[in-house]
Design a protein around this ligand. Structure first.
Ligand SMILES: *Cc1c(COP(=O)(O)O)cnc(C)c1O
Length: 389
């Protein structure tokens, strides 16, 4: 039995997988079971932010595995303290709750927002506004928060208390923002929804009306955070600092870790017994996260990322077959003139390049450590695939 047959026989069929078995990786390249190598423009799904098996990251993780792989949150660990303090300092938040995924980080943010409002105003102010075309996760609550009808099937009943605002429509925002709303949740760049950045005016309007009405702003930076867009948080490029920010994907270099960060206003809302996670803040994930933080915040690292952004985006815009290049930083959507994103992804795979898709676009989330030479090599393959008749 091949690996693919074996896996398909025993793992639930929830994923549409590419027909390739990844065996090992180093830097920006990975190798399949047959020895064929691929340049990875997807980093998992933006998770392996320092590429495959980055040396400093791998050393820190291995050392921690041999020292203390886990203890419960009934006790303290130095690595959790170090990571939390550093993450809060870098992001400008007061404190953090650690969990294991993006959906869990958003669940935490939703619970926090509802309790913030309950503590201050009592019952009835529990609604969370999210945006149409958003994506916030796969748990029942975060599916309910996700503003796409395709996700609102089969699993009834969904969680109540969500409503959806048309992205970039300030009138719709104002119409839906009644006195039952406790938070507005947004992705600065909608990732799964098609790699579309929100308009500055719309983001400004959200922050203004939320400040006026003591409604929390939750920024879902699960995909945009930790340097992905060229600044540590994408919010910096919109000149806003949300009350609550969630992180996951790239935060620990490929280990499962999610974080929900809170500012002074709401740092005390989730108190003893109100939330928890068995694995959250696991020591191995925390040192992985620390290694990523140290790399991404090192002098000049994000400057270098921003230079690569210009380099890569300029190259992409010049390719024939490319109708548009969207997103921000190294979170890139490529609109196509004639081919489908799925066809391009499959053809690129054949040629030794891994790319992702988002709706009708090809999506790139390359490792933040990618070099210009590797960009050249990947774009060459894309060019070849796109120019094929
Ligand atoms: C991927 C993603 C999530 C869900 O994260 P999981 O780790 O899969 O639970 C939530 N929000 C955004 C914006 C994402 O991109």
């Amino acid at each position: 039995m091949t690996t693919q047959e074996k896996l398909n026989a025993s793992v639930m069929g929830t994923y549409e997988r590419f027909p390739v078995v990844i065996d090992h990786g180093a830097g920006e390249f990975c190798t399949d079971e047959t020895g064929k190598s691929y340049i990875d423009f997807g980093s998992g799904i933006g998770t392996s932010s320092l590429g495959y098996c980055n040396a400093a990251w791998a050393d820190a993780v291995c050392k921690q595995v041999h020292t203390l792989q886990h203890t419960s949150n009934l006790y303290y660990t130095k690595v959790q303290a170090d990571f939390a303090a550093r993450l809060c300092a870098v992001t400008g938040y007061q404190n953090v709750f650690f969990c294991n995924s993006g959906a869990e980080a958003n669940e935490c943010a939703i619970k926090l927002a509802r309790k913030y409002s309950f503590d201050k105003y009592g019952k009835g102010r529990h609604k969370i506004l999210t945006l149409e075309n958003s994506f916030h996760g796969r748990t029942l609550c975060t599916l309910s928060a996700t503003g796409q009808d395709v996700f609102h099937n089969y699993f009834f009943p969904f969680v109540k208390g969500f409503d959806f605002v048309k992205a970039n429509d300030i009138a719709d925002l104002n119409a839906k923002l009644d006195d039952t709303v406790c938070a507005v949740m947004l992705e600065y760049i909608q990732g799964e929804g098609g790699v579309n950045a929100l308009e500055q005016d719309f983001v400004d309007a959200i922050y203004a009306v939320c400040a006026e009405k003591d409604i929390l702003v939750i920024a879902d930076e699960v995909q945009t955070g930790v340097g992905r867009t060229g600044t540590f948080l994408a919010g910096q490029q919109f000149y806003h600092h949300a009350d609550v920010t969630t992180l996951a994907k790239g935060i620990a270099g490929g280990l499962p870790m999610g974080a929900c960060l809170a500012n002074e206003k709401c740092a005390g809302v989730l108190d003893k017994g109100s939330h928890g996670s068995t694995f959250g803040g696991n020591p191995v994930c925390c040192v992985g996260g620390l290694a990523v933080l140290e790399t991404v915040t090192a002098d000049g690292f994000l400057d270098a990322v921003r230079e690569k952004v210009v380099y890569l985006r300029e190259k992409l815009k010049r390719l024939s077959g490319v109708a548009s290049v969207s997103g921000l930083g190294l979170m890139i959507g490529i609109g196509l003139t004639d081919k489908t994103a799925g066809d391009v992804a499959n053809a690129a795979l054949e040629e030794g390049l891994l790319v992702l898709t988002a709706k009708e676009k090809v999506r790139l989330l390359p490792p933040l450590t990618i070099t210009e030479a590797e960009i050249d090599r990947g774009v060459e393959i894309l060019e070849k695939v796109l120019s094929r008749k």
